[in-house]
Design a binder for this molecule. Structure first.
Ligand SMILES: Cc1cc2nc3c(=O)[nH]c(=O)nc-3n(C[C@H](O)[C@H](O)[C@H](O)COP(=O)(O)OP(=O)(O)OC[C@H]3O[C@@H](n4cnc5c(N)ncnc54)[C@H](O)[C@@H]3O)c2cc1C
Length: 306
């Protein structure tokens, strides 16, 4: 079958667990793949990736390095450090345009751009992200088990988080962010569960983000919480502009509404990893990448048989 030499089978945007695993599966299917990655993962500041079978506790960039090393065995896969400026459907396939202006044509497109973190508005909150300020107790609760854990967020969300944290420690404090009144019934149930509630503003996060991480939190009313872990309850993430540009249907919660095997409403376009709608774990992102690769490969085969 004659093929356009310039036309790639699949372009993958994003070189995190989702994009790398998609490239791995497609490389094994001998598909011509270009993976484009800007190198800014969501967990860049974290000390470890937990809960990833055989890689529990691996540093985030080490996990990526290992993924890329494995891809080197598959000659039809190319990786390029590049920022994708835009992407659009074109002639039944896709055109992806890089920051420098390069245009790349592909039959299928897998978006795995992750999400951009919006960290709560805490003094030095961004510095401590992954170093004592965490979005997810499943990822970092174990490392801080049986210590004082702080649940932080809007009054209507912080209670649920505080109760969840009691899985990891019996010493949990709720810290409302001042964005609203704390109503009486939850206040009472906090007391019943033995979870103290603080409503004073956070004045300072203290410790060394480059060293041991968070050590304590100072509140405006003079309270000092000796803690190495604050977990926040927020809708904390923003999507890549590419998702909107390509016209993806979105869920109410702002994730791309993918269906079977990460398919989107746009034919030939798949969205895998944190950007799609499921649980936001690295191992789930990798599995979604593999599913998107499976579906893209199946569509390519069917297209060729038509
Ligand atoms: C502080 C913190 C700690 C975490 N800890 C854990 C943990 O311990 N265990 C766990 O399972 N999960 C953890 N997570 C979640 C985990 O980071 C994500 O689930 C995982 O990284 C998602 O993988 P992904 O491939 O979808 O996206 P990412 O890993 O975020 O990778 C996306 C990649 O796409 C690139 N990209 C985006 N847009 C473009 C573009 N336009 N052009 C080119 N490239 C682009 C980005 O630069 C990035 O390199 C943590 C998250 C945070 C914020």
């Amino acid at each position: 079958m004659a093929r356009d030499r310039m036309m790639l089978d699949v372009v993958i945007v994003g070189g995190g667990p989702a994009g790398l695993n998609a490239a791995l599966m497609l490389g094994r299917c001998r598909r011509r793949v270009l993976l484009l990655d800007a190198g800014r993962p969501r967990n860049a500041q974290s000390r470890w990736v937990s809960g990833f079978l055989t890689r529990d506790g691996t540093e985030p960039f080490e996990l990526r390095r290992l993924g890329r090393q494995e891809l080197a065995s598959y000659p039809s896969v190319e990786i390029r450090e590049a920022e994708v400026a835009s992407a659009a459907t074109r002639d039944g396939g896709f055109e992806t345009i890089l920051d420098g202006g390069d245009r790349i044509q592909s039959r299928k497109l897998i978006l795995a751009p992750g999400l951009m973190n919006d960290v709560p508005d805490l003094p030095r909150g961004r510095d401590f992200l992954g170093r004592g300020v965490y979005p997810c107790p499943y990822c970092d609760g174990w490392e801080h088990r049986d210590q004082l854990l702080v649940a932080y967020g809007p009054p209507d969300q912080v209670r649920g988080l505080a109760l969840e944290l009691s899985i990891w420690s019996s010493d949990v404090v709720a810290l409302a962010d001042g964005s609203g009144e704390v109503s009486e019934p939850p206040r009472r149930s906090w007391a019943e569960k033995g979870v103290p509630l603080h409503e004073s503003a956070v004045e300072a996060l203290e410790g060394d983000p480059e060293g041991g991480g968070l050590e304590r939190i100072r509140l405006a009313d003079g309270t000092v919480l000796e803690t190495s872990a604050l977990f926040y309850a927020f809708d904390e993430c923003r999507q890549s502009h590419l998702v909107k540009q390509l016209g993806c249907d979105m869920s109410e919660k702002g994730a791309v509404d993918t269906g079977h095997c990460e398919k989107t409403n746009v034919p030939g376009l798949f969205v895998a990893g944190d950007a799609s709608r499921r649980v936001k774990f690295a191992v789930v992102a990798a599995a979604e990448g593999a599913m998107a690769a499976f579906a893209a490969n199946t569509e390519l085969l069917k297209d060729d048989l038509r």
